[in-house]
Design a protein around this ligand. Structure first.
Ligand code: NAP
Length: 287
């Protein structure tokens, strides 16, 4: 690895809080593997300081930055443009600072989500998916599925709230239903070949939780994808595996979104194995 110099290009992630972000470990591993003269750090930015922080990163000549909770939507009006994924999802997770000073927003979560599936050998095209949850991660999954030619139903605890939340994404979901509605659950479950958990249910420390699946109606070849990555096997995935289903956790999505951001900033396709190794090591250390 090169030492830092006056020519080192700067990258960072902004969020609040940010201390537990896994992005510095992943991105610096990609920088080292590519032998590039870049540095990636984590910057705590309070919600009220977002406009000032974005202006600061622009004037400091940063090459780009990641954006995480709670700034992913609030940053949109502060940018000079956003790609279709970011506009459809309504959130930005990656900003590129162009040489002419323009800040362009991207959302690489949908690409990361799809990379996870393709890495597991799952072609989403033509599939019918059940996505649990209707928050930011679900929006990225729904948009990714739609781009890949899949249809999706959304299962949530409060269907009216989810319909309102997704009203700006017409066509993203074939159906939005409450997982307490037994008839809808049976009908949609029997039709699906892909189940995606996009809620925090089952995430450490609440590892006994899981979104409800009515296993009586699940097809034997159905694939289970949990975008949570701590623990590596959530209850959702453990229960699916116990019934012989193939499963995938959210680490591949996290690496995939980071890899797509890295390529936008550097023009170099990163070593995703090095990124994943750094991610797993950071998770082992407790970030
Ligand atoms: P979010 O915007 O807060 O949305 C969470 C969704 O889950 C909402 O639909 C919410 O429903 C539902 N939910 C939350 N707690 C629930 C509970 N106790 N019971 C039932 N439903 C509940 O969160 P998000 O940003 O989408 O993140 C969701 C999860 O995805 C997090 O665990 C996050 O770590 C993970 N994630 C992973 C990646 C990755 O790269 N692998 C990327 C992004 C996020 P209500 O509206 O009813 O509360």
């Amino acid at each position: 690895m090169r030492g830092f110099s006056g020519r080192t290009r700067n990258l960072c992630v902004i969020g609040w809080p940010i201390a537990h972000s896994l992005s510095p470990a992943m991105q610096n591993a990609a920088i080292r593997a590519a032998g590039l003269d870049y540095a990636y750090t984590a910057m705590p930015v309070r919600p009220e300081a977002l406009p000032e922080a974005v202006a600061g990163l622009r004037s400091l000549g940063f090459r780009g930055f990641n954006v995480t909770i709670p700034h992913k939507t609030a940053i949109l009006p502060l940018l000079d443009g956003a790609d279709e994924d970011a506009r459809r999802i309504g959130a930005v997770n990656t900003v590129v600072c162009e040489a002419d000073g323009r800040l362009l927003g991207y959302n690489t979560d949908a690409a990361g989500f799809l990379n996870g599936l393709s890495g597991a050998g799952v072609d989403a095209a033509g599939r019918y998916a059940v996505v649990f949850g209707a928050g930011g991660a679900a929006r990225a999954a729904l948009w990714g599925l739609r781009k890949a030619g899949a249809q999706a139903a959304v299962a949530v605890r409060d269907a009216a709230k989810a319909r309102a939340a997704l009203s700006d994404m017409p066509g993203a979901a074939d159906e939005i239903f409450s997982w307490n509605d037994e008839a809808a659950t049976a009908r949609v479950t029997a039709r699906a070949s892909l189940f995606v958990n996009a809620t925090p249910l089952g995430m450490t420390p609440h590892t006994d939780e899981a979104p409800p699946v009515d296993w009586r109606f699940v097809a034997p070849e159905a694939f289970f994808y949990d975008i949570v990555y701590t623990p590596s096997r959530t209850r959702f995935l453990r229960e699916a595996e116990a019934r012989g289903h193939r499963v995938l956790n959210g680490a591949a999505m996290l690496v995939g979104q980071g890899a797509a951001a890295f390529e936008r900033w550097t023009g170099v396709r990163p070593d995703t194995a090095a990124m994943e190794e750094a991610l797993l090591e950071a998770l082992r250390r407790g970030a």
